[in-house]
Design a protein around this ligand. Structure first.
Ligand code: UD1
Ligand code: CA
Length: 459
């Protein structure tokens, strides 16, 4: 079977009240359209056609390296009109799976069932039994219980509105049939649009069997038309993520207070406290503990490491048995070996930190190579930026940096060197020696506090 997928994504999404095209709004950290594309890809179709219109430039730019055929719908005249823009480039004998860019959580399993139900030459539509069907097209069946047509809510009579069987905006049929049906669709309805839903009535009238493929879970085929619907679907998605983590053996302090916006993979006996957000690809090895209110984006954390409350880690690699935080910040390019301690208000950027090194309080390590067992005192700063370029600081194994040291890069602190507290280091420090770079302390002999001028009586 030659399968083509057409994704309708040209609408503005008026009910979102947003400058952003609807399909770019995020669910689980990814644009709605990304979810639909992933589900479509899982079927390995011959080609995916995406119909764009409102904000087409932005949508295309957001999916720069996707291999899809972009189809422009200049004016958004309705779902049938949108499909009509894509059909001419689809082989007539192909089975076409029509998806909506705003129905993001549909599973490949359901799409496969749809495509299969249409493979024999009929029409297959995705349906769901909804407790609150408002906003959806209702499935009207004939006396024999066969699907007869879909009526949009705005055009429905009171009795039709009471129907809870809904059309979810996804269908499959042969390209040549769809083209024929779509050509007959008019725009005499409440919105003056070309409704693709009319194709169902036209097909049924012509004696074409219409198969209703019911989704297992109603949320799977839920559409996103408003911010409230988006938020509700986000909760659904997060609940599913939390259930998946629990089932995989992860401890969650509260399954309702963890956010996964990407792919989180965990080893054994990982525990996650409340309020944590995981974005992009995050990998937590065995026994990792994440304290409350941490944000981890694209990071790898080694076994037995503890990330304490309110820490923010981004594009960082953390070794085993480290202690990070509370209130630590690891920025892109932070690479920590095993048993490193990064304490409160310490920021690390584009730096390698060697095994067992410690920076426990109030420090900035940027563009630095820090050796094994180095101790970085409180208030230490690598001055990596001269206003034009970034420079590296090298701190060799076993060096001891006293509190409040200012290391002006490029500079090298050699193996086992000691830097006195409060030093401003501008030249390389030799190995195993104490280097100081600060004014000497003096006590001024014979000093007296200034005398106050005698107060004059006011006349
Ligand atoms: C549509 C269905 C409705 C169904 C619901 C399920 C129609 C007429 N109605 O309603 O029966 O219950 O989906 O979610 O099909 N689009 C375009 N070009 C256009 C208009 C829309 O590409 O000119 C795209 C939108 O971007 C969207 C999809 O088609 O991704 C559906 O359009 P939308 O306006 O959201 O239709 P609904 O009112 O939700
Ligand atoms: Ca919709």
């Amino acid at each position: 079977m030659s399968l083509h997928v057409v994704i309708l994504a040209a609408g503005q999404g008026k009910r979102m009240r947003s400058a952003l095209p609807k399909v770019l709004h995020r669910l689980g950290g990814r644009p709605l359209l990304a979810h639909v594309l992933a589900a479509a890809r899982a079927l390995r179709p011959e080609r995916i056609h995406v119909v764009v219109g409102h904000g087409a430039e932005a949508v295309r730019a957001a999916f720069d390296n996707e291999r899809v055929r972009w189809v422009e719908q200049e004016r958004q005249l309705g779902t049938a009109h949108a499909l009509a823009q894509a059909l001419p480039a689809v082989p007539r004998r192909a089975t076409v799976l029509v998806l909506a860019g705003d129905v993001p959580l549909v599973r490949p399993r359901t799409l496969r069932r749809l495509a299969r139900a249409a493979a024999g030459g009929g029409l297959a539509i995705a349906t769901a039994e909804l407790s609150d069907p408002s906003g959806y097209g209702r499935v009207v069946r004939d006396a024999e219980g066969r699907v007869a047509r879909i009526v949009e809510e705005r055009d429905a009579a009171a009795a039709e509105r009471a129907i809870r069987e809904c059309y979810c905006g996804l269908l499959a049929a042969r390209a040549s049939d769809l083209a024929r049906w779509v050509a007959r669709i008019g725009r005499r309805n409440a919105q003056g649009e070309y409704y693709l839903t009319e194709a169902i009535g036209i097909a049924a009238e012509g004696g074409v069997p219409v198969a209703a493929v019911k989704a297992d879970e109603p949320w799977e085929v839920a559409g996103v038309n408003s911010r409230a619907e988006l938020a509700a679907l986000e909760r659904r998605l997060q609940r599913a993520e939390a259930e998946r983590l629990l089932a995989a053996g992860v401890s969650l302090a509260d399954p309702a207070r963890v956010e996964v916006r990407g792919a989180l993979r965990c080893g054994r006996d990982v525990s996650i406290d409340v309020g944590c957000v995981f974005e992009g690809r995050v990998r937590l090895a065995d026994g990792v503990r994440v304290g409350p209110y941490c944000v981890l984006r694209d990071v790898t954390v080694g076994a037995g490491t503890e990330v304490l409350a309110f820490s923010v880690l981004e594009q960082a690699t953390v070794g085993a048995r480290c202690r990070i935080g509370p209130y630590a910040r690891l920025r892109p390019g932070a690479r920590l070996a095993a048993e490193v301690h990064i304490g409160n208000f310490v920021e690390v950027k584009a730096s390698r930190i060697g095994e067992g090194a410690k920076a426990n309080h109030l420090a900035y390590l940027g563009d630095a190579d820090v050796g094994r067992g180095v101790n970085v005192g409180a208030g230490t700063i690598t001055c990596n930026f001269d206003g034009a370029a970034k420079h590296r600081t090298v701190i060799e194994d076993g060096a001891f940096i006293g509190s409040d040291a200012t290391l002006v890069a490029p500079v090298r602190i050699a193996r086992g060197a000691y830097i006195g507290a409060g030093s401003t280091i501008t030249r390389d420090a030799p190995p195993g020696k104490l280097t100081l770079a600060r004014a000497r302390q003096v006590t001024v002999p014979g000093w007296r506090p200034p005398a106050k001028a005698p107060t004059r009586a006011r006349g």
